[in-house]
Ligand binder design. Structure first.
Ligand code: MG
Length: 458
């Protein structure tokens, strides 16, 4: 193992790659990293609802304590709830034991910075360096850290959500909702939040279960069939599903149709930008142009970043954005905090529907329609950057190409849509996304540039 951190913290199968020994060593490495800038760092730790949560939490806690960090255990809670507590209670860092939407045999460790954001790549690399060099802080016996527990994080977090939405409008609407927490950490926040907002709630998979017996944790159409059938049966105004650590929310309209994440993102973006009379919305280059079209129409501006929610959050802070997020249902509300937050997303959707007073399906139907085609093609890892450079040179001369963006991979804008050629961070492949208003054009774009990449690779 030469790399510890993937795109979303450290993850693996429990007792195979993700062991108690690894969690202990990670705790020591994270603690030693924090000790570089502070004598006695305070660290909040929490977990999602997986069955290996206590095993990994206690190991990691032991590692942190052994190098002189004070640890406060916040219990089982959504990732954004821990992030909020880190920021508001001035912890120096946070650690969340979770594998997000992965199957139950997985678990992971994610580190949170003192401002509540996920660590940036260079910070993770420093922890990695300490881990592999074994350069662990030497701590005398009387300087090991203290341990305590605090159960106030969920209330503190819900209070912030309630202060950032129009509670009166939501309460008056008495919205009927089918809530599917997927047996994850969302169970500890979303049901009570919706009750406090006077919603009529039909609960589905709202009991925490580390085996995810209700449904697989990833909120994709094939896993939400039950939710999609119950929403129209109940006559609910919408359904909503969370992933395992409750940073992402995916909606189902009143007819039981799955609402793709790019649509809910665009809908809420339009609402926020309209309310603010403009502003910047931040998202990765892979996001549908649907977002840009609605944001521009309201006098706002879209700023594109490389793929990854920590990057989106940091750019949002820098440019003072009004909103941001990813197409997978991970939306970021800066007035609340700079991280993906499903409970805040659900509350904002309730406000939007209360104010607009129209069915969700109608609002979604009004949004601009784009067709997306996704392909992939093989490329050895060591050839990727060469291939991308060559691709940029070749397409620069093509008459149909209007501009090229190298923020992440190569994004080629043409008169009829765009195509993004992006190297996978984990596999020897390029992912090719093409988007156009017409399906045939998106197909042509994807196939054309796939062929071109293949020619260059050869
Ligand atoms: Mg997640």
């Amino acid at each position: 193992m030469t790399k510890l951190f993937g795109t979303n913290g450290v993850r693996g199968v429990v007792n195979e790659d993700m062991t108690s020994e690894l969690a202990l060593a990670m705790g020591k490495a994270i603690g030693s990293y924090l000790r570089k800038t502070k004598d006695k760092p305070s660290v909040a730790i929490g977990t999602d609802a997986r069955i290996s949560n206590v095993m990994l939490k206690t190991s990691c806690t032991s590692g942190l304590l052994s190098v002189g960090c004070d640890v406060v255990d916040l219990g089982i809670l959504p990732t954004p709830t821990l992030q909020f507590a880190v920021k508001e209670k001035n912890f120096d860092a946070g650690v969340i034991i979770t594998a997000s939407h992965n199957p139950p045999q997985f678990n992971g460790i994610k580190v949170i910075d003192g401002d509540g954001t996920e660590l940036a790549k260079d910070q993770e690399e420093e922890i990695e360096k300490i881990y592999f060099s074994g350069n662990i802080e030497k701590t005398p016996w009387d300087k090991v850290g203290t341990f305590s527990q605090w159960n106030g994080a969920i209330d503190l977090y819900k209070k912030s959500i309630l202060s950032n939405v129009n509670v009166t409008a939501i309460k008056n609407a008495k919205t009927s909702v089918v809530l599917d927490c997927g047996n994850g950490a969302g169970c500890f926040v979303a049901p009570s939040l919706l009750n406090e907002l006077d919603c009529k709630v039909r609960e589905l998979n709202c009991e925490p279960d580390g085996l995810f017996r209700g449904r697989p944790s990833e909120p994709v159409p094939e896993n939400l069939k039950e939710l999609m059938s119950i929403v129209p049966e109940e006559g609910a105004e919408f359904g909503v599903a969370q992933d395992g650590d409750a940073d992402r929310a995916i909606f189902v309209d009143e007819k039981g149709n799955f609402v793709f994440g790019d649509k809910s993102f665009a809908l809420i973006a339009r609402y926020i930008v309209r309310q603010r009379g403009g502003g910047k919305v931040v998202t990765p280059v892979s996001t549908s142009s649907c977002l840009e079209e609605v944001v521009k129409a309201e006098g706002g501006e879209v700023i594109y970043t490389a793929v990854g929610s920590p990057i989106v959050a940091r750019v949002m802070k820098k440019v003072d954005a009004v909103f941001g997020g990813e197409e997978n249902g991970g939306l970021i509300f800066p007035e609340h905090q700079y991280c993906r937050d499903s409970a805040m997303t659900i509350a904002k959707m309730l406000e939007l529907l209360a104010i607009e007073n129209r069915p969700l399906s109608e609002l979604i139907d009004e949004l601009p329609k784009y067709e997306v085609v996704k392909l992939k093609t093989h490329c050895p890892n060591d050839k990727k950057s060469q291939v991308m450079n060559r691709l940029s040179e070749i397409v620069a001369d093509e008459s149909e190409v209007e501009s090229i963006d190298r923020t992440d991979g190569v994004k080629i804008y043409t008169k009829n849509g765009w195509v993004l050629v992006r190297p996978s961070g984990t596999e020897p492949i390029f992912r090719i996304f093409a988007e156009s208003k017409e399906k045939s054009r998106a197909d042509n774009l994807a196939l054309k540039y796939k062929k071109l990449v293949e020619e260059i690779v050869q």
